[in-house]
Design a protein around this ligand. Structure first.
Ligand code: MRU
Length: 335
């Protein structure tokens, strides 16, 4: 029996049963509903609708779905087609492309279903370990009494491990450091307000929820000592894409002289991308911004991510250590 379980997905394979379920994150925090995944189309829908979301999680979930399709007996050509469709489900998080490239590579060799499954399981296990290492390195930067601002959701719901930025926060809390987390609600889909709060409550970590436009005010009052965020794609020069609103957090930190860190595994680095200018930014539906309260026909611009330039970033907390500007210039994110 092989099983891969995390806060956001459950996958099991045995001679008697194959089961794949994902937690529908659009319903959190009020409802914990698990969706059964039986096809590539279902997984693509779940990724596009953000039922399954967060850069590392969508990569791992897509890889497991390719493995599920292999177990269902699809041919090599069919599997490659399905893998490509998953690859294209969302454009910004390079983890999705990196994981699918690994799945395609093993399928291309003509590997049997067990080998394909093992590749997806390896990807799952690696993400757990990457998160643990990020948390360990990042927690060293956290001091007793820190007031930490975070944006979006970067925890167990966004990865299959303890998370990236939120994993750092969790580790520091487990080390007994007295910290307080300021949670940006993260307009328009409220990953901070709905998901990060849900995770922090589970871990009993003290937090306060704020709307995104409050952070600068808090900084001016000296209420924030550090900001830590995740990433969907890091370019060679250290620029990185993350949830829309991250760039303003970084600008505000710079103005107030507050350290601003990004935490991510090396699976989030795009070694082919020279700078943030080349990162594709997902545009999403107007309805997400209009919600229930704006005129239904309002013109809307809804980029899901923005790019924070390396110049605004204090440090890159990766699974192999914490990097500074000099390390980036020396080429840690270059091939
Ligand atoms: O649109 P989402 O919810 O998938 O966006 C997620 C983020 O922007 C996260 O900060 C990022 O994926 C890092 S998660 C460890």
């Amino acid at each position: 029996m092989i099983s891969c379980n995390s806060l956001a997905l459950r996958f099991s394979e045995s001679s008697s049963e194959n089961k794949f379920e994902v937690l529908d994150q659009t319903l959190l925090p009020h409802e914990e509903k698990w969706l059964v995944i039986e096809s590539t189309e279902q997984m693509i829908e779940a990724i596009k609708m953000l039922r399954v979301r967060g850069a590392p999680l969508i990569g791992v979930a897509a890889a497991l779905q390719v493995a599920q399709a292999a177990l269902q007996g699809f041919t090599k050509t069919e599997l490659l087609k399905k893998a490509q469709a998953l690859y294209e489900a969302r454009p910004t998080a390079v983890n999705l492309m990196n994981c699918i490239d690994r799945m395609k590579a093993v399928i291309e060799t003509g590997a049997d279903k067990n080998k394909i499954l093992q590749t997806a399981v390896d990807i799952f296990n690696e993400d757990v370990q990457l998160c643990d290492r990020i948390a360990t390195f990042g927690a060293e930067l956290i001091q007793d009494g820190d007031q930490i601002l975070t944006h979006c959701n970067t925890g167990g719901l966004a990865t299959v491990g303890v998370g990236t930025a939120l994993g750092v926060i969790l580790k520091a809390h487990q080390q007994g450091k007295k910290i307080h987390v300021w949670v940006d609600e993260t307009r328009p889909l409220l990953q901070g307000g709905r998901l990060t709060t849900w995770e922090l409550q589970k871990h009993k970590i003290p937090y306060t929820l704020i709307t995104d436009n409050m952070a600068a005010h808090l900084m001016s009052e000296g209420k924030i000592s550090k900001a830590i965020v995740g990433s969907d794609r890091i370019a060679q020069n250290g620029d990185f894409a993350n949830k829309i609103g991250t760039y303003s957090v970084a600008v505000n930190c710079k103005f107030h002289n507050i350290p601003f860190y990004v935490a991510a595994p090396f699976t989030t680095v795009d070694f082919n991308c020279v700078s943030g200018k080349h990162i594709p930014i997902e545009q999403r539906a107007a309805s997400e911004v209009i919600s229930t309260w704006a005129p239904k026909d309002s013109p809307v611009y809804n980029p899901s991510f923005d790019v924070t330039p390396a110049t605004l970033t204090t440090g890159w907390i990766m699974d192999t250590g914490v990097f500074n500007h000099k390390n980036i210039e020396q080429g840690v994110f270059r091939k």
